[in-house]
Design a protein. Structure first.
Lengths: 388, 338
């Protein structure tokens, strides 16, 4: 056993940190919070130019060829600093699917631009009537000449307002069992019949509902086999659940600790001397350590895919459930001043504490709800029957 | 990063798993109650060399790292073994760290003539209370008034029956007891020993939790209710999935803390406190659900899960609550900043 991340990982962390010092400005972070869009086109291009965009891709596909352990320094630093990489993440996930299983035309069209940080691809799985049960997608794709006509709607199409494409799961065979009648398409968004409607969330994050009314897609933009969409999804998102939410926890405890040193109680003692506050700070650091360890194990242990799936689910489940408790308890310990909202001139510690309360709730819902993660762990780690 | 045990560590784990399977099945654990000590088990552990292994080779030991000892303690915890393994090892290492003044005592400890334990909380007044392994030890090392003192137990021990059936005892300290170390040397040695006790106790609690989870999972796979396997209900499966995540995280944290003793000493104290706090909570919660999903059977003495439930709440509490462990984490992190 060795709990050092290693020289290569440390070097990558240092390089990432220096890059963020230069490029990630307070103004950029403020704009991401204010607009609710976790993307900055210049930042994405700079990340690509610095060679930090496709570190985990194989060199044959144009990537950095780094393994999971080497990447940890990079990943953890990006999380800690809140680098705006939501759209970059979805784009690179889909680009990797296309690079590995797309046609030559699809690869030539998408991969080089993705690697330069020039395009954005949003995800279109969730629908108004189905969330966790992605295979229940009702959006239809029907044959029309050499292509397909798409009709339906997608919910929480985050970044659709700035995206070039949506990677969509659509039903091509309503007669087949639900997992076997789905096909994936890369749908260009700038075309007639596409409507992007803004949806605002409690955290301030902007997302969308997107409507597709007789939208035409050439068959050339079908990814994978007809009715083989569920296999494509499996390949694309095998590792999606491996990410722990550690940056949010780190920023919250840093803000809480800074506040505790500055604030005083009615007897003029620093709040940092309050045992309840010290306990919460120590507990938060412990939970951050465990979240990091679960994440490190999930990305570094080479095991069979189902096993990896369960281990990733543990990192996601633990880190987000604990983040929620941290946010709520921190607010309670801070007291009334904690209510001063992000963006209000009187807010505490740049609004991190109030914002954490708004933001944490979403983390146990998106990227697979806690219930979905528990089902995966129950089945694939504990060997329990399919939960009912 | 490499979070997997090496081939040698794997061998160590397997060897002790076999020893405990043989020497500490639930019948032995029960038979040893309420004292919580099986002389036969302790003899076989001594014969295996568990005390020597904990001491540096230069002093006649086998040079095990704290990580090696933690892997053994995990197996100990899985079996909720009635033997003073952790206390004997921590006390031997403490004696070894004191050098010449403790050399005679250490020699007797290494020959197995003397079982020495550690009062893990500093002693105020004339009595060390609830000393772990105090009811079965020949002597206690106690930190009192800035001194580390050697307290022979004959005639000075009052065993106490406790929740977790541990051999705890209140021990009277005399002003004439021999001082082994004083001042900064005594404080540093005592602090290091208590941190090692934290890590090894956390390791035992992790093993306890992992085994309790297995017992709970096995039961809900076997038991049916409303014509379904109990474990297929989300109300049952989901709390177990949460506990599985905590148990895995706990094991990683304990291994990291034990590893840090030699490899990242600046973080050792903090990680030791994190490990004990988190392990005590994990063992508490895991044994809670594993027992609860047995229904009324879990509450019966006849079923082994109650052995785990009671010890989960006891082993760490001898030193401090999880809340106190977490405050210690904050103390160590915020020192200098406040």
């Amino acid at each position: 056993m060795d709990f050092r991340l290693g020289e290569k990982s440390d070097a990558l962390r240092a390089r990432t940190s220096a890059f963020l010092d230069e490029v990630l400005t307070p103004e950029m972070l403020e704009r991401c919070y204010r607009t609710g869009t976790n993307h900055d086109a210049d930042f994405a291009k700079a990340l690509a130019a610095e060679g930090l965009l496709a570190l985990d891709w194989s060199p044959e596909l144009g990537g950095g060829g780094r393994d999971g352990a080497e990447l940890l320094g990079y990943r953890e630093e990006m999380q800690r600093r809140n680098a705006p990489v939501y759209a970059v993440g979805t784009t690179m996930t889909v680009a990797h699917v296309i690079a590995s299983m797309g046609t030559p035309t699809q690869r030539d069209e998408i991969v080089p631009r993705a690697l330069r940080g020039e395009i954005v691809i949003a995800l279109g799985f969730t629908e108004p009537e189905n969330g966790s049960d992605a295979a229940a997608a009702a959006t239809r794709a029907e044959r029309s000449g050499d292509g397909w006509r798409i009709n339906g709607s997608k919910m929480f199409t985050t970044n659709a307002q700035i995206a070039d494409y949506v990677f969509m799961l659509a039903r091509t065979n309503p007669e087949a069992p639900k997992h076997r009648g789905l096909t994936t398409f890369l749908v260009p968004l700038a075309q007639p019949g596409v409507e992007v409607q803004e949806v605002r969330t409690m955290s301030g994050e902007r997302t969308n509902i997107t409507f597709y009314n007789d939208v035409y897609v050439e068959d050339a933009w079908r990814i994978g086999d007809v009715d083989g969409g569920w296999n494509v999804m499996g390949a694309a998102f095998l590792h999606e659940h491996t990410a722990a939410f550690v940056g949010e926890q780190m920023r919250l405890v840093e803000a809480f600790t800074a506040w505790a040193h500055e604030a005083h109680d009615e007897d003029d003692r620093p709040r940092a001397q309050d045992p309840a506050i010290r306990e919460r700070i120590g507990r938060s650091h412990t939970e951050i350590e465990v979240s990091l360890l679960l994440q490190r194990r999930a990305v570094t242990r080479s095991v069979d895919s189902m096993d990896a799936h369960g281990r990733g689910s543990m990192a996601k489940l633990f880190s987000t459930e604990r983040l929620e408790a941290q946010a709520d308890e921190t607010l309670e310990l801070v007291g009334p001043d904690g209510l001063r909202a992000w963006g209000d001139p009187t807010t505490l510690q740049g609004g991190e504490i109030e914002h954490a309360v708004r933001n944490a709730k979403g983390t146990t819902i998106y990227a697979g709800t806690s219930e979905i993660q528990r089902n995966i762990i129950a089945q694939h780690v504990l060997g329990l029957p399919r939960p009912y | 990063v490499d979070v997997s045990p090496s081939a040698e560590q794997r061998q160590l784990i397997d060897a002790f798993a076999a020893l405990y399977a043989d020497g500490s099945p639930p019948e032995v654990v029960r038979a040893a109650e309420p004292l919580g000590h099986s002389p036969e088990l302790w003899r076989s552990l001594l014969d295996t060399g568990v005390v020597e292994m904990a001491v540096p080779a230069a002093l006649g030991g086998h040079d095990a790292t704290l990580l090696d000892l933690a892997l053994v303690a995990e197996q100990h915890g899985r079996a909720v073994a009635p033997a003073p393994l952790i206390e004997a090892q921590v006390a031997a290492r403490l004696l070894a760290s004191l050098g010449e003044p403790a050399a005679g005592v250490l020699a007797e400890v290494l020959t197995g003539q003397l079982l020495v334990t550690l009062a893990v909380r500093p002693v105020r007044g004339q009595r060390a209370e609830l000393v772990p392994a105090g009811a079965v030890a020949d002597a206690v090392l106690a930190y009192r008034g800035g001194d580390l003192v050697f307290v022979p137990t004959p005639g000075r021990v009052s065993p106490v029956v406790t929740l977790g059936s541990q051999p705890l005892a209140d021990v009277v300290i005399a002003d004439t007891d021999r001082v082994l170390a004083s001042g900064s040397i005594a404080l540093a040695a005592f602090t290091a020993a208590v941190d090692e006790w934290r890590v090894l106790t956390a390791a035992a609690l992790t093993g306890l939790a992992a085994r309790a989870l297995e017992i709970g999972v096995a039961y809900v796979l076997e038991r049916k209710a409303f014509d379904r396997t109990l474990g297929s209900f989300q109300g049952v499966a989901h709390p177990l999935a949460d506990r599985a995540s905590e148990v895995d995280g706990c094991e990683l944290l304990v291994h990291e803390a034990a590893w840090a003793r030699d490899e990242d000493p600046d973080r050792f104290g903090e990680l030791a406190a994190m490990a004990l706090g988190f392990a005590a909570e994990t063992a508490r919660d895991t044994s809670y659900y594993a027992l609860h999903f047995h229904g009324g059977y879990g509450f019966m003495l006849e079923y082994p899960i109650q052995l785990y439930f009671r010890r989960a709440r006891s082993w760490g509490a001898v030193l401090e609550s999880p809340q106190a462990s977490y405050r210690r984490v904050a103390d160590l992190r915020m020192a200098g900043a406040s």
